[in-house]
Design a protein. Structure first.
Length: 385
């Protein structure tokens, strides 16, 4: 398989991950305010993300790029549905802004690669639905989380296959078996995290403690909001002595109605989920640290076999771990990623080029102007030596 095909599959898999992350966030938000987005919104969201991906990959003229971005706004305003319309318009406005930034920064390819940590959103949403006894929501978020991770693995595999294909242009054989074996290591943290979450969900006696923590957080959030409102009221009284004190009092009394206040519920849920994510993250890190202390292999003594005229020594060759690469400066990392993205588009990197020669070569062959970035890179790179 050629590197272009591998890269295309990786981009499509990443687009699927973007869809799952956005849809999960939208669905969780609707559950928090006790609404349902429905299948229509899910389909429209997929169309929005696919449309933005197409524009990023295919359109090279900015006027056409900008005008084509305006079409979905009109479509979203006039389509005959009500549930989730405002939310979808807000989501597309965000994508429109990110697409303009994408163009300004002269990037190539599709969406930015999402890290696998985004699967935590589905895990936390699953826990929230479990606490609220929302069985359909649990099924949706569990399936979405599994699919997100599978797409991440596909993207990881084919992206690195495309890089390896460039390095082995003269070798038609691709070591897929070795790549699958080495790449399977990334499944371990996800499996461990899934086990921890399943244990937490299935232990029934933890439910009452989770609800107690949630109600405690709601009280703290309500108390903080009342303090903020009191400070705002006090400052307003100093600035505008003739203001009506009853207005702030009415707002403060509204926050006393904890069960009926949507804003308080959303803020409390966010704080609760963040705290829960932190606890799960610490638990997983502890388990991984303990597992790392267990040696995977034993250092067996060499086996000596003596013959009449020969001595054979058999011993295991221990592989030394590669030293961690030095963390690059922000400018150097951005330069490296820019050149790698150009290579994904078919640009052949000449190792004998200086940064300025590479910038001129990129501009001539692909039309990418990275001269300003190259100046920043040279300033940082050669000042560190």
């Amino acid at each position: 398989m050629k590197d272009a095909n591998c890269n295309r599959i990786a981009e499509i898999a990443n687009t699927g991950m973007v869809y799952i992350a956005v849809f999960s966030a939208l669905l969780l938000g609707e559950f928090l305010v006790k609404r349902s987005v429905g299948i229509v919104c899910a389909v429209i969201l997929a169309a929005i993300i696919g449309y933005c991906f197409f524009l990023r990959m295919k359109i090279a003229n900015f006027i056409a790029y900008a005008l084509l971005h305006l079409i979905p706004f009109g479509a979203l305003l006039f389509v005959p549905y009500e549930f989730g319309k405002i939310e979808l318009i807000a989501v597309y406005a965000l994508f429109f802004f990110l697409d303009i930034v994408f163009w300004i920064k002269q990037r190539t390819g599709g969406f930015v690669f999402l890290p696998v940590a985004f699967v935590l959103l589905n895990a936390l949403a699953y826990l929230y639905c479990s606490v609220k006894k929302n069985s359909p929501g649990m099924i949706v978020f569990f399936a979405a989380g599994i699919l997100f991770f599978l797409l991440f693995y596909i993207r990881h595999f084919f992206y690195h296959a495309s890089l390896l294909s460039k390095e082995r242009e003269q070798d038609e054989r691709m070591p897929y078996a070795d790549m699958l074996k080495n790449g399977s290591v990334i499944a371990f943290p996800f499996v461990l995290l899934s086990v921890v979450i399943m244990l937490l969900v299935k232990i029934d006696f933890l439910d009452r403690y989770a609800l107690a923590v949630y109600h405690f957080i709601r009280k703290i959030v309500a108390f903080i909001i009342r303090i903020v409102l009191y400070i705002v009221h006090f400052l307003a009284g100093l600035i505008m002595p003739d203001s009506d004190p009853d207005q702030t009092a009415v707002v403060m009394e509204a926050f006393e109605e904890a069960d009926s206040n949507i804003v308080l519920q959303i803020l409390s849920a966010i704080v609760y989920l963040v705290a829960l994510a932190a606890v799960i993250f610490v638990l997983v890190r502890i388990v991984i640290a303990v597992i790392k202390l267990i040696p995977m292999k034993r250092n067996l003594p060499p086996q000596v076999i003596e013959e009449s005229d020969m001595v054979e020594i058999r011993e295991r060759i221990v592989k030394t771990e590669r030293e961690h690469e030095e963390k690059l400066n922000g400018v150097r990392r951005r330069y490296k990623k820019t050149v790698e993205r150009a290579a994904k588009k078919g640009y052949t990197i000449n190792t004998s080029h200086t940064p300025r020669e590479r910038a001129d070569d990129l501009r001539e062959k692909l039309g990418n102007d990275i001269r300003e970035l190259t100046k920043e890179y040279e300033s940082v790179r050669y000042s560190e030596t």
